[in-house]
Write a protein that binds this ligand. Structure first.
Ligand SMILES: *[C@@H]1O[C@H](CO)[C@@H](O)[C@H](O)[C@H]1NC(C)=O
Ligand SMILES: *[C@@H]1O[C@H](CO)[C@@H](O)[C@H](O)[C@H]1NC(C)=O
Ligand SMILES: *[C@@H]1O[C@H](CO)[C@@H](O)[C@H](O)[C@H]1NC(C)=O
Ligand SMILES: *[C@@H]1O[C@H](CO)[C@@H](O)[C@H](O)[C@H]1NC(C)=O
Ligand SMILES: *[C@@H]1O[C@H](CO)[C@@H](O)[C@H](O)[C@H]1NC(C)=O
Ligand SMILES: *[C@@H]1O[C@H](CO)[C@@H](O)[C@H](O)[C@H]1NC(C)=O
Ligand SMILES: *[C@@H]1O[C@H](CO)[C@@H](O)[C@H](O)[C@H]1NC(C)=O
Ligand SMILES: *[C@@H]1O[C@H](CO)[C@@H](O)[C@H](O)[C@H]1NC(C)=O
Ligand SMILES: *[C@@H]1O[C@H](CO)[C@@H](O)[C@H](O)[C@H]1NC(C)=O
Length: 582
């Protein structure tokens, strides 16, 4: 590559060098350890998959690749066909990775025929070497997984040079499980007392994977994600769906990078300009991914703040990575009430954009459709939609480097529409409510920063039959508060800084439907210090505690993991919670 080109791509991928005290959270790499210790496993704490203990009916090793200097290269691809003569109802994607030597964490994604299966990030390696495993239930993509001769694509942009030598070796395997005939948790789900003649329809709605998935993704030369650099950048994709679609859901994948990697802690531009700071991490701390159908806002997402392993203080994420780092959450938006519009035989457009974005975001989506196998055509009509804009209030007070910034936002949308398919005439009501609060306070001449963010989402989906019978009533409440405090002091050596940080990040989720409720509580608390020069961590120490608890139709799982200075100090998990579900 031409040297000038190399320089350009480096500045795109690597954080900008700090020319002054790091007032803002940043992205670091560490040159830690120089021992002959054996490679260590990095983990994201989640519940094992309900069918992990079963033997898969088939496995398919699809791809191994070492991602060295991959800037500007197209994704790595492999030809995919499902194993022949294999009976399966559940599928898992297993990623295993290894790396060693200094390197930044990197974002990566996996697509099958342009449909995103996994958005993930790598842990930052140590000299001793690290390895990790990610297992994701990808059953909801079954309709694509059952097709032959599809292209599987993996993107991971890595930069290797004299300083950053770490390469990433990734290995991908599909596992297929015949869960129903093995009879486990899924049967338990299906055996819920039948109380409605429409239960089959309701189970289908809540459990069956889509029949068709239309990717809302890029052409693929630079990965299938769209790169959004500003609030005016938008992805527009024309769609045409089969006339017998009776349900539609759009699933949005999103990650944030560069100057927006820590969007939730970016101060307003005025503060940065007034203080003549070199940082470009500004534009305030409100971002919202907005999905539009033609000109109607059909849904929006304030993403969960996934912190990559080089973020805030990398020692926090050794060897337990932050929530979502290995399996970034995706967000589903029910579009069924809009089928009346989509089925009118005219051209329609889906549009993805990020309000207030600065460079850069990687966004794409999967449009999941359920088709009526007994009819060529269904009738549908949108009955009501109200989708007010996000009401935002911003307050900004600052004097020199000290200041106080507050943003409060709120959005509530409601949609109703009916679909008359061979199963009957059902009306779907959807409501989506978003509440958002963000405060950033700089004190002590800007050397102390406190960030507080609260996001609350309430989603409701209700399906009723023509006779008024409730077929489905799903409610999801999700909260994700984040709190970070940082003090920055001059280090003992020239151009070094001591940063002392405390962080609390968590996700709480409650879902309920007609017959059961589930809950998830996942929280991480970390504190520690580090000495940095530019973006390198010279030394540091930290402790982290994560507690994870889930209770749902598959049962119950609790785990509490503590770590200190790169090693797990305590790890307790159990499958028998006090409030065991029957
Ligand atoms: C590892 O440490 C030894 C002594 O502590 C030093 O001589 C050597 O240069 C170090 N190696 C690297 C790669 O830093
Ligand atoms: C599950 O079913 C598969 C295929 O039918 C079989 O090979 C496997 O041994 C079963 N596993 C268990 C634990 O029963
Ligand atoms: C498929 O599996 C069945 C049962 O295991 C076996 O009898 C049959 O020969 C297999 N067919 C092929 C084409 O492998
Ligand atoms: C580090 O990676 C290099 C090159 O991939 C390999 O030769 C070496 O064995 C690795 N070292 C460790 C400790 O994994
Ligand atoms: C897949 O593609 C190959 C080569 O183009 C072809 O020979 C094969 O029949 C195809 N298989 C299926 C199931 O379409
Ligand atoms: C739609 O409803 C009418 C009358 O309610 C019914 O006769 C027709 O079969 C339904 N259409 C479909 C596709 O099921
Ligand atoms: C379906 O139900 C809605 C609401 O009850 C009604 O307005 C509509 O006319 C029905 N559609 C058909 C085709 O029966
Ligand atoms: C506040 O910070 C600025 C920039 O770091 C520095 O120039 C100034 O001297 C500091 N003021 C005080 C009162 O410490
Ligand atoms: C499902 O609902 C029925 C009727 O309300 C109730 O009797 C039953 O206990 C419920 N099942 C579960 C697992 O909650």
């Amino acid at each position: 590559m031409h040297p000038a080109l190399l320089l350009l791509s480096l500045t795109l991928l690597l954080p900008l060098a700090a020319a002054s005290p790091p007032h803002h959270p940043s992205h670091f790499s560490k040159h830690r350890r120089n021992t002959t210790a054996t490679p260590q496993e990095y983990i994201e704490v989640t519940r094992p998959l309900p069918f992990d203990s079963l033997n898969p009916s088939c496995t398919l090793h699809i791809l191994s690749h070492t991602f060295a200097d991959t800037v500007n290269l197209p994704p790595i691809t492999a030809n995919y066909s499902p194993p022949s003569n294999c009976t399966w109802s559940r599928a898992v994607l297993h990623l295993s990775g290894t790396s060693n030597g200094s390197q930044y964490d990197r974002i990566a994604a996996v697509w099958l025929a342009g449909v995103e299966l996994l958005r993930t990030s790598t842990p930052g390696p140590t000299d001793d070497g690290i390895f990790w495993n990610v297992r994701k239930d990808i059953t909801k993509y079954s309709s694509i997984l059952r097709q032959s001769n599809m292209s599987l694509a993996v993107m991971l942009e890595n930069v290797v040079n004299d300083v950053y030598i770490g390469v990433y070796r990734l290995d991908f395997t599909f596992l297929y499980y015949d869960v129903v005939s093995n009879g486990t948790a899924i049967r338990k789900l299906k055996n819920n007392p039948v109380r409605s003649p429409n239960l089959k329809y309701s189970l289908e709605l809540s459990e069956n994977p889509a029949d068709l998935i239309i990717p809302i993704s890029a052409s693929g030369d630079e990965g299938f994600w769209f790169r959004i650099e500003s609030e005016t950048d938008a992805v527009v994709k024309g769609i045409q769906i089969p006339l017998n679609t009776y349900r539609a859901v759009i699933e949005v994948y999103v990650s944030f990078h560069g100057n927006d990697e820590f969007w939730y802690s970016n101060p307003p531009d005025a503060y940065i300009e007034m203080n003549k700071m070199p940082t470009k991490r500004g534009h305030g701390s409100y971002r919202e991914v907005v999905v539009k159908l033609d000109d109607i806002t059909v849904g929006s997402v304030i993403p969960f703040p996934v912190i990559f392993t080089g973020g805030i203080n990398p020692v926090f994420w050794e060897p337990v990575v932050s929530i979502g780092a290995f399996d970034l959450p995706s967000y589903e938006i029910e579009l069924t009430p809009f089928l009346g519009m989509l089925l009118d035989g005219k051209a329609h457009y889906l549009r993805l954009g990020v309000a207030d974005a600065i460079s850069f975001w990687l966004v794409d989506a999967n449009l999941q459709l359920w088709l009526d196998d007994k009819a060529d055509k269904v009738q549908a009509q949108a009955v009501q939609y109200s989708s007010p804009t996000c009401s935002l209030e911003r307050e900004s007070k600052f004097e020199m480097l000290n200041g106080n910034f507050e943003i409060e936002g709120k959005r509530k949308s409601e949609f109703t529409g009916w679909v008359n398919s061979s199963a009957g005439n059902f009306t779907t009501y959807v409501s989506h409510e978003l509440k958002f609060e963000n405060t950033i306070e700089f004190s002590n001449n800007g050397t102390e920063k406190e960030l507080n963010q609260k996001v609350k989402v309430t989603d409701k989906v209700k399906v009723t039959s023509n006779t008024g019978e409730s077929i489905l009533s799903n409610e999801l409440e999700r909260k994700y508060p984040l709190k970070i405090t940082t003090s920055t002091l001059p280090g003992s050596e020239k151009d070094t800084y001591l940063m002392i940080t405390k962080l609390e990040n968590s996700i709480e989720e409650e879902t309920s439907n007609l017959n059961f409720t589930s809950s998830l509580e996942n929280s991480q608390k970390s504190e520690g210090w580090m000495v940095v020069k530019d973006h390198d961590v010279l030394s540091g120490a930290a402790t982290s505690v994560q507690s994870y608890g889930v209770e749902d139709s598959f049962g119950c799982y609790n785990r509490r993991v503590s770590s200190a200075n790169g090693y797990i100090t305590n790890d307790k998990g159990d499958l028998l919670c006090a409030r065991a579900s029957s």
